[in-house]
Design a protein around this ligand. Structure first.
Ligand SMILES: [Zn+2]
Ligand SMILES: [Zn+2]
Length: 302
């Protein structure tokens, strides 16, 4: 099953001709998820052919306009298209109160809309599905802000095909072996479980951290993830400005990736002063080589 991330917006507070404000479409196993919703996110999804009507969960990091301005349009479009599929939106406190004057009372919508307020100061599991979980990551910004960590659950081991014929395993024995329970051969001897099963592939994970200052706590929370998106609004020469505005530099993002030993680092949320994000990518690569400065429409699989 696929995990595929599509960047819908990679600019910071102001959009440019080629970069929208923050939003990401995440195909996580058989779920369609949206992370942040900068202005025109729906238009970007339509142009990229993404199934935006299948989105069941939306994760909002904080209430700055470059992360939420696309929401009223998206939620109203769902209403106009007579959506019936329920929708859940996770966010720090106050989103519903901001949105209802624009989209009307939640109860008047044709679909069930569930507003879930998260506590951005705590790291906790906010969604526990059969195949994956979503945890919050407390971030350091000017307003309450949370990142999100999407983690696949470990699947049961697979039975070895050759073991089925070798030991003439019944369905019940196969089920028992996958659970690690003892299984006997024809002579009543217990078969070593390692002869019967192979471990399933390692569970995959993705962490979204925007907007945030440099924080070692973030590095601890995202330890070992396969893919990390970390904001990099500025080059490190503007470290003081980044700090004052509650943002991080590309070098700091790379330091987080290095400390956390992640698989790959994606940079985004670029200041409009940078016409080409390569310069931010190159700075980060001096510390963490497997870094990519993302562009709108870019896709990354895990
Ligand atoms: Zn922002
Ligand atoms: Zn912000």
């Amino acid at each position: 099953m696929n995990i595929r991330l599509t960047i819908l917006g990679s600019s910071s507070a102001v959009p440019t001709a080629t970069r929208n404000t923050s939003a990401q479409f995440l195909q996580f196993l058989h779920f369609s998820l949206l992370i942040d919703c900068g202005e025109s996110s729906i238009h970007r999804m339509i142009r990229l052919g993404l199934p935006y009507d299948k989105i069941e969960y939306i994760f909002i990091s904080h209430l700055h306009t470059d992360h939420i301005l696309g929401l009223p349009g998206l939620l109203s479009s769902y209403a106009l298209k007579n959506r019936v599929k329920p929708l859940t939106i996770f966010s720090p406190q106050g989103l519903k109160e901001l949105m209802e004057p624009l989209i009307g009372p939640t109860e008047s919508l044709p679909y069930s809309l569930n507003w879930v307020t998260i506590d951005p100061e705590k790291s906790m599991v906010i969604l526990d599905q059969e195949l994956f979980t979503v945890e919050t990551i407390p971030l350091l910004h000017r307003v309450p802000t949370s990142g999100y960590l999407f983690r696949e659950k470990r699947r049961p081991p697979n039975i070895k095909k050759e073991a089925i014929s070798k030991y003439q395993l019944s369905i019940a024995q196969i089920k028992a072996a996958k659970k690690g329970l003892p299984v006997q051969d024809a002579n009543g001897q217990v078969i070593d479980n390692q002869d019967l099963v192979i471990e399933s592939p390692a569970p995959r994970s993705y962490a979204y951290c925007s907007d945030t200052m440099y924080s070692e706590t973030v590095a601890e929370r995202v330890k070992g993830v396969d893919l990390l998106y970390h904001e990099a609004t500025y080059l490190d020469e503007l470290r003081d400005l980044a700090q004052a505005r509650g943002h991080a530099t590309s070098l700091q993002a790379a330091q987080i990736a290095q400390q956390a030993k992640v698989g790959k680092l994606l940079l985004g949320h670029f200041s409009t002063r940078y016409k080409d994000a390569k310069i931010l990518e190159q700075e980060a690569q001096t510390v963490f080589p497997n870094t990519v400065a993302v562009g709108d429409g870019d896709c990354f699989g895990i």
